[in-house]
Design a protein around this ligand. Structure first.
Ligand code: ZN
Length: 221
């Protein structure tokens, strides 16, 4: 179990580093839904391994080695998600939890064979880029949160900021999936809810929170 939680810490730091250079203990505790005291004790262990640099009262940064492990774990996670959706026909709403377990088994050889078997996919079922064997990914997309789209614009759904089961099931109910093109018809001033139009002409309102968790490509302003 020890290894699992260490890799999950490294992944969480990697994701938070995308938003800030130095990640605070508090931000990490929030992300992992644990106590700051547990974070502090784990960070000491990770620092002893040489995977993070940790400064008391400031925060934490991944070392090159730590970043490598985090990217390899993320790669495995996202490839398993593709496998579960594309080859075993599971819905995008249920695969994250299994990938959380599968990402901790096997080594590079298994990951590379899985990658080749799937035809080297660039994105996972939630629209997140998959790192290649060197830990690099190409993401030429320019994505924004749907909440930023102005009325009159046409948006293409490309990703989600929340891959939790409840949110994805909500999207299923709303008939929103990756690759769908929608027209933003109106924004309610009261609560920033968005009225959207589907390709079949049907219209429905999504909440501000849903719009904030949807990543879109702007097709037309
Ligand atoms: Zn996932």
């Amino acid at each position: 179990m020890q290894t699992i939680s260490r890799e999950n810490y490294l992944k969480a730091i990697l994701k938070l580093e995308g938003r800030a250079d130095i990640v605070s203990n508090q931000a990490l505790a929030d992300k992992l839904e644990t106590k700051p005291a547990s974070v502090t004790s784990m960070l000491h262990k990770l620092a002893d391994e040489g995977w993070v640099k940790h400064e008391a009262y400031k925060g934490v940064q991944l070392t090159g080695e730590g970043k490598g492990i985090a990217l390899a774990t993320l790669r495995k996670h996202r490839l398993w998600e593709v496998f579960l959706v594309e080859k075993l026909n599971f819905g995008w709403d249920v695969v994250h939890q299994w990938a959380e377990e599968l990402e901790h088994i096997g080594g590079e050889e298994l990951t590379n064979r899985l990658d080749a078997f799937l035809g080297h996919p660039a994105f996972d079922p939630h629209g997140d880029p998959i790192p290649n064997a060197l830990g690099k990914w190409k993401d030429g997309r320019n994505l924004v949160q749907a909440s930023q789209a102005e009325p009159g614009s046409v948006v293409l759904i490309k990703g989600v900021l929340n891959s939790g089961e409840e949110f994805l099931q909500h999207l299923n109910t709303m008939h929103i999936q990756l690759g769908l093109q929608l027209i933003v018809v109106q924004r309610y001033e009261f609560d920033d809810g968005l009225v959207l139009e589907w390709p079949d002409g049907r219209q429905a309102t999504i909440s501000h929170e849903t719009a904030q968790n949807l990543l879109v490509e702007m097709k037309q302003n």
